[in-house]
Write a protein of this length. Structure first.
Length: 320
């Protein structure tokens, strides 16, 4: 697969335009720390994968290498919106994007990725930029409704962290006043980390077995899995740290939720097989992870008027 490398004195960021514009390397050069987590299956070229059952979940999972994806126009589980069947995590993460170099000087480097969705009439652009002397990746994304009718969308940034950066005892900082809403499921199994119900106040929340757990501390290998929705952001930011850290800032007016996905080895079946130790901290427009149709029904989906463009900004900076 073709790759584009953006590099300055602090960072090296590698992007795969032909695979959803995925970020597959985010290397802090002074400490030789790569913040990108890769799955045990590694990087697979979707063009080389023809076998296996084709379904709306496997389309994403079979080629999921970890990394960082733009999610649009649906997030989470497969969904049907106005007759369009949308697979796991929507369309753009599975499409090849066009790529153009828009800055290449001593002071800054930048690329612009662009793609049109195939089942809904959207165009998405994403500009990634590094500026000399800063250990930060700056991202600006634009989504345009190319139809003459209003349309809905979910929009998110699928950021995950894993070893070697992530380890037990790593800490997560959020603004004051954040609430925690557990993903609703039919039953409340004891292996969940957080008691169903809420909303609970970040960071100490009740567990299904009684007592409480501190969500601001990354747990040990084998701890229960969970999916949580964090709300109440007047300012969009978080920090996740070990002896080095990452601060992510985003426009909470467009992405008012933070999805927290925890998979640290408890899931023994497909697709993780007990091999995964990762935390996802994903700014999102909507909730839950059940796809666009449910986000429309609960009123959290974005609405793009005819020919309207919405813009989202994000900055990911290394704390060293």
């Amino acid at each position: 697969m073709r790759a584009v490398v953006l590099e300055n004195d602090k960072l090296r960021v590698t992007v795969l335009p032909e695979k959803g514009g995925d970020v597959v390397e985010f290397l802090h050069k002074p400490t030789d720390t790569d913040f990108v987590w890769l799955t045990p299956q590694g990087l697979r070229n979707p063009r080389d994968h023809f076998l296996g059952a084709a379904d709306d979940v496997a389309q994403f999972i079979d080629h999921y290498e970890g990394g960082w994806q733009e999610i649009f126009p649906s997030g989470g589980a497969p969904s049907v919106y106005r007759g369009a069947r949308l697979a796991q995590h929507g369309e753009v993460a599975g499409l090849p994007w066009d790529c153009q170099v828009v800055a290449d000087t001593e002071q800054e480097v930048a690329i612009r990725l662009s793609v049109r969705t195939r089942r809904l009439p959207y165009r998405v652009e994403r500009t990634l930029r590094l500026v000399y002397g800063t250990a930060a990746l700056e991202v600006e994304s634009r989504a345009t409704n190319e139809a003459g009718i209003p349309l809905h969308a979910m929009w998110g940034q699928h950021l995950v962290y894993g070893r070697p950066f992530l380890r037990p005892g790593a800490t997560i900082r959020l603004p004051d006043g954040i609430q925690v809403i557990p993903h609703e499921i039919a039953i409340n199994p004891p292996e969940r980390r957080v008691q169903q119900g809420g909303p609970w106040q970040w960071p100490k929340v009740p567990t299904p077995k009684g007592g409480e757990t501190d969500l601001s501390v990354v747990p040990e290998q084998g701890s229960p899995s969970d999916v949580l929705y964090l709300t109440g952001f007047t300012e969009g930011w978080y920090e996740i740290s070990t002896d080095i850290g990452m601060r992510v800032e985003w426009d909470a007016r467009v992405l008012p939720y933070l999805w927290m996905w925890q998979e640290v080895g408890a899931s023994q079946d497909y697709p993780w097989w007990g091999q995964v130790y990762t935390i996802g901290l994903e700014p999102f427009s909507s909730m839950p992870t059940n796809g666009l149709a449910e986000a429309v029904e609960n009123g959290t989906a974005l609405i793009l008027q005819p020919h309207e463009t919405k813009t989202m900004t994000l900055r990911a900076e290394v704390l060293a």
